[in-house]
Write a protein that binds this ligand. Structure first.
Ligand SMILES: NC(=O)C1=CN([C@@H]2O[C@H](COP(=O)(O)OP(=O)(O)OC[C@H]3O[C@@H](n4cnc5c(N)ncnc54)[C@H](O)[C@@H]3O)[C@@H](O)[C@H]2O)C=CC1
Ligand SMILES: [Mg+2]
Length: 358
């Protein structure tokens, strides 16, 4: 028995996945597997699109959706018996129950923003309950509100980007209540994917600042640097905000020249990441090379406290250090690098792997 694409569309849930996987086992047909994944993915994306465009549909989805809670931008986390931190997805009905018990209007739930949907097309929202008593909500949910700077690194897998996205959207709405041209209030759509000026109808969308991050190599060593605001001992790849009108390559070449006085010869794209600190940035990560004959570091002074060349052996040692190491005097000891949730870590690992192979 075969299923047509239309039979899957809009109902792409767990049952379908189960049927899908049975069919895969039966036929071991790779093309079928690819087709199923595509239909499921497309179905989810089209569903989210509809929720962004149709306020009524989004309100309906919220009633049966799941909700991530924040308190003054700090996400709610729950710890398992094994000490693992997870992101509790509450049902909308649970949130209504909490609001009722704390004597708050259920209308607060409608200030949730859409952040995604599960594989079974249950819409996921984020809601800031900063107007409620923090300890009371924590007790009712069996969790703790933890500052995002800590929470982001405690979570594993897709939970970390999801919690960052939720906070970024909530923060954007909290700071864009007025039109920057007219000074008049703006009104959001139900999904929270845009705001419109009530006077002129001008539409505003959530913003991110583009940032380049680059691991510079001279073929044998790679360059890491630290700012005085970094935790003691931590070194990272060079990063910088893009200027208006720049391409990725231009921004990257400029940042390397500004910060360490080197001229990049070639570059290679590696990946990208949404980074919530200090506010929403879109990080574009690249590898770059400089000539070993022109590899003398010349710090600009203002931004970086230090920049150094590291060998593969030194990098591999620093990747093993999980927590900021301290020496016997309690001072920062050896060098360590950002954890795996930061794209800098991916760049550094890629470089070390490449060096090992060559
Ligand atoms: N995910 C990761 O692996 C890493 C992320 N980062 C992030 O990269 C970002 C940029 O790195 P920096 O070296 O600090 O940038 P940077 O080298 O451009 O210097 C920051 C300065 O740029 C100016 N600036 C220009 N446009 C700005 C904007 N849109 N927002 C804020 N400041 C702006 C400000 O004067 C600021 O002090 C930071 O937010 C940092 O958190 C940095 C290293 C690793
Ligand atoms: Mg910088």
């Amino acid at each position: 028995m075969y299923f047509t694409p239309s039979a899957w569309r809009g109902r792409c849930g767990k049952v379908q996945l189960l049927l899908c996987s049975r069919r895969i086992e039966a036929t071991a047909d790779l093309r079928w597997r690819r087709w199923c994944c595509t239909v499921c993915y497309v179905s989810r994306i089209r569903y989210l699109m509809r929720l962004k465009e149709d306020d009524e549909a989004c309100r309906g989805a919220l009633q049966s959706g799941s909700v991530l809670l924040y308190h003054k931008l700090a996400p709610l986390l729950r710890q398992t018996e094994r000490g693992i931190y997870q992101l509790p997805l509450l049902q909308a009905t649970d949130v209504k129950g909490i609001l009722g018990k704390l004597g708050k209007d259920e209308e607060l739930l409608n200030t949730s923003v859409l952040v995604g949907c599960s594989e079974s097309e249950v819409a996921q929202f984020s809601l800031d309950v900063g107007s409620l008593e923090k300890a009371a909500v924590e007790e009712m949910c069996g969790g703790v509100f933890i500052d995002l700077r800590k929470a982001f690194f405690l979570l594993k897998g897709p939970d970390a980007p999801l919690v960052a996205k939720g906070q970024a959207l909530i923060r954007w709405h909290q700071t864009h209540g007025y039109c920057s041209a007219t000074g008049q209030p703006t009104e959001r759509n139900q999904a929270g994917s845009q705001r419109v000026c009530l006077k002129t109808g001008a539409t505003y969308y959530p913003q991110m600042a583009p940032v380049v991050i680059v691991l510079v190599s001279d073929g044998r060593r790679c360059l890491l640097a630290r700012q005085s605001t970094f935790p003691p001992g931590m070194y990272s790849a060079l990063a910088g905000f893009c200027d208006m009108g720049e391409t990725t390559g231009e921004a990257l070449r400029r940042e390397v020249a500004e910060e360490v006085g080197l001229e990049v010869e070639s570059l290679q794209y590696s990946g990208s990441q949404h980074w919530p600190f200090p506010q929403s940035s879109f990080m574009v990560a690249c590898h770059a090379t400089v000539s070993p004959d022109n590899a003398e570091i010349n710090l600009s002074g203002a931004e970086l406290e230090d920049a150094r060349w590291f060998t593969r052996e030194e990098i591999e040692e620093s990747l093993k250090r999980k927590v900021p190491p301290r020496n016997l005097m309690g001072e920062p000891g050896e060098v360590w690098v950002p954890p795996s949730s930061a794209i800098a870590n991916k760049l550094i690992r890629e470089w070390a792997n490449q060096q090992r192979k060559s």
